[in-house]
Design a protein around this ligand. Sequence first.
Ligand code: SAH
Ligand code: DHB
Ligand code: MG
Length: 222
Amino acid sequence: MNQERWTAVDNYVSEVFALSDPVVDAAIEAGVAAGLPQIQVSAPQGKLLHLLARSVGARSILEIGTLAGYSTIWLARALPANGRLVTLEFDQKHAEVARANLARAGFADRVEVKVGRAQDTLPRLAGDGGGSPFDFIFIDADKTGYPDYFGWALKLSHKGTMIVADNVVRSGEVANAASDDANVQAVRRYNQLVAAEPRVSATVMQTVGSKGYDGFTIALVN
Ligand code: SAH
Ligand code: DHB
Ligand code: MG
């Protein structure tokens, strides 16, 4: 098996399941045009996030790490008409591209892009006092922040909330306890925290595709 084959299958899946449309394609194009890194989830992964969010009946979604808003659009499409999504982005330029993409996708009213380090905006979310915890949380920002983000995700969740984290397999390096890569050690720590947390049930699903060999940690709050 190789990268070329994995990408070909992602392209096949995208075609058969009609995972590309003018709205998501334009979001990617805008990211390319603005020189943003092309590290968004693949189309099949975006659809998976959408299906998971719908499966838990998500009415409120939190995303940590917006980029151009590609995964955000897949998640926002899972919301009912009165749903809401908050997405956290450190980079002002990424946030601007995302806002334009989300507006073009018709979500300007339901999606809020909060600019700042998630480490700073998460405590404010918790303090917003809305008392409306999130039904679905997608963690996809800086990997070294993941252990802290899990703590915040727990605080902002309730029974039935699903917490999904991207990029936790890292070409299999996650199984290398001796890795000197800070990102690998951070996702190892993240998995360890999730696994040891009695308030959630969880697993890791390995994935291959156009983004290489990686995976998601999927946790459900008991
Ligand atoms: N979820 C997106 C991809 C996100 S890429 C998608 O799949 O479409 C990760 C993003 O997290 C980048 O835009 C980066 O600027 C942002 N980021 C990195 N560190 C951050 C931090 N500490 N707080 C908030 N956002 C951060
Ligand atoms: C990177 C970040 C991601 O969230 C991802 O899915 C792939 C790559 C990165 O920072 O390189
Ligand atoms: Mg990612």
